[in-house]
Design a protein around this ligand. Structure first.
Ligand SMILES: *Cc1c(COP(=O)(O)O)cnc(C)c1O
Length: 430
């Protein structure tokens, strides 16, 4: 169904990539719980191993259930292909892997998911890679940070935890001018609220753990390729443009054209890094994705109601929700996420750290968890949890100061959420 772009989002989120099972007619996508696949004969096996024929070899690389999810996400994002993997963090490593080498760097936004800041500022150093963090509201700062060793630009559509919307068009213009791929983490927006490829992104990464699955059951990740980047325009991306010794000198870009990055992600990335999504996990995400648009509409509707109520409450110092007219990012949100600025935002409680801790402890409907994008409303005090590894300066830059809590607004009744916040704020600020 991916050749029929005339279908609308609601149709594609249910049908893209799936067809009745050819063996049984099963209407729902079966969970192909198998490790390996029988070859027709020795020639067939050799062709598969040489990448001369596309097919199933071993589930570390490809699996039919996972393949349906890959095609569905690629279609919803408007990409040519996608590779699913075991988590959002795996997706980030997998996305960078074909582009980077020891000594190379990625220029990244300083407003990112806390775990991503840790992954980029600490862990990737073990590979000899590094990240430079800059303010992505300032295109000149991004341009100034790019040097001869830069191989990618990285940001989030709606930056967690601050709920800040990135001007993807402006960032893509900088990446384009430098001849570099732009990687956008679209986890918190989902393709329903924003399709980064339409704003110039080369690659889109997801933690499918969040809204894509939507019910808090499995971790997963995905990398979507726009198919638009010319990997052979410079000598900066030899993994994609130069002969690959592990495949008898095959050149991915020359051989697979716009699908080069996707094929590399499977044939090298999954084969050798092994960060594979399992078919059960893919099944849960396929179940969730069928209702993505319906959930996102309600998430946004509730987030607007709750944010407005909080903004007018005297116990609150400020609310950072780009969906509010008072937000500095409201204009950007109208262009980048016209259907709504997501359902993730922070607010500052008068009374600081202590009041935030009491608030979190007093809520009844909101769950205190390190997650977002669940049907349930969630809250977390970032400074004492997800962002506690960061320095105080990094916490403030990431929108996770000690007086701030982050909420992920669920799809319950908005009035119930507001009543719950009201009673807990009374206890927190007593
Ligand atoms: C959760 C999250 C990640 C990491 O994803 P995991 O599935 O937890 O590995 C990355 N980016 C964003 C924006 C996230 O919310």
């Amino acid at each position: 169904m991916s050749d029929t772009p005339a279908y609308g989002f609601d149709t594609l989120q249910i049908h893209a990539g799936a067809r009745p099972d050819p063996a049984t007619g099963a209407r729902q996508t079966p969970i192909y719980q198998t490790t390996a696949y029988v070859f027709r004969d020795a020639d067939h096996a050799a062709a598969l191993f040489n990448l001369q024929e596309v097919g199933y070899i071993y589930s570390r690389l490809t699996n039919p259930t996972v393949a349906v999810l890959q095609e569905r996400i690629a279609t919803l994002e408007g990409g040519v292909g996608a590779v699913c993997c075991s988590s959002g963090h795996a997706a980030q490593i997998m996305a960078l892997f074909p582009l980077m080498a020891p000594g190379r760097n990625v220029v990244a936004s300083n407003r990112l998911y806390g775990g991503t800041i840790t992954q980029f500022s600490q862990t990737i150093k073990r590979f000899g890679w590094s990240a430079k963090f800059v303010d992505f509201d300032d295109p000149a700062a991004i341009a100034a940070a790019i040097d001869g060793d830069t191989r990618a630009i990285f940001c989030e559509t709606i930056a967690n935890p601050g709920g800040v919307v990135t001007d993807l068009d402006a960032v893509a213009a900088v990446a384009d001018k430098a001849g570099l791929p732009l990687i956008v983490d679209n986890t918190t927006a989902t393709p329903y609220l924003c399709r980064p490829i339409e704003h110039g992104a080369t690659l889109v990464v997801h933690s499918t753990t969040k809204y894509m699955t939507g019910n808090g059951t499995v971790t997963g990740g995905c990398i979507v390729d726009s198919g638009k980047f010319n990997w052979s325009a410079s000598d900066k991306f030899p993994s994609l443009s130069a002969p690959e010794p592990a495949y008898h000198g095959l050149k991915f870009h020359e051989t697979f054209g716009p699908l080069a990055y996707t094929f590399h992600g499977i044939a090298i990335g999954l084969r050798d890094l092994g960060m594979t999504m399992n078919p059960q996990g893919a099944h849960y995400t396929l179940m969730g994705i069928e209702t993505l648009s319906l959930r996102m509409q309600r998430h946004v509707e509730n987030a607007v109601k709750v944010a407005k109520w909080l903004e007018n409450d005297p116990r609150i110092d400020f609310v950072t929700y780009a969906g509010l007219p008072s937000s500095k990012w409201n204009g950007t949100a109208k262009r980048i996420t016209p259907k709504g600025a997501g359902a993730l935002f922070t607010f500052a409680v008068k009374g600081g750290y202590e009041a935030c801790v009491k608030l979190v402890n007093s809520l009844e409907i909101f769950s205190h968890v390190a997650n977002l994008g669940d049907t349930r409303s969630l809250i977390i005090h970032s400074a004492s949890t997800t962002h506690r590894q960061l320095s105080p300066e990094q916490q403030v830059a990431a929108g996770a100061a000690p007086n701030v809590v982050r909420v992920s607004i669920g799809i319950e009744d908005a009035d119930d959420l507001i009543r719950d916040l009201d009673q807990a704020l009374t206890k927190a600020t007593a």
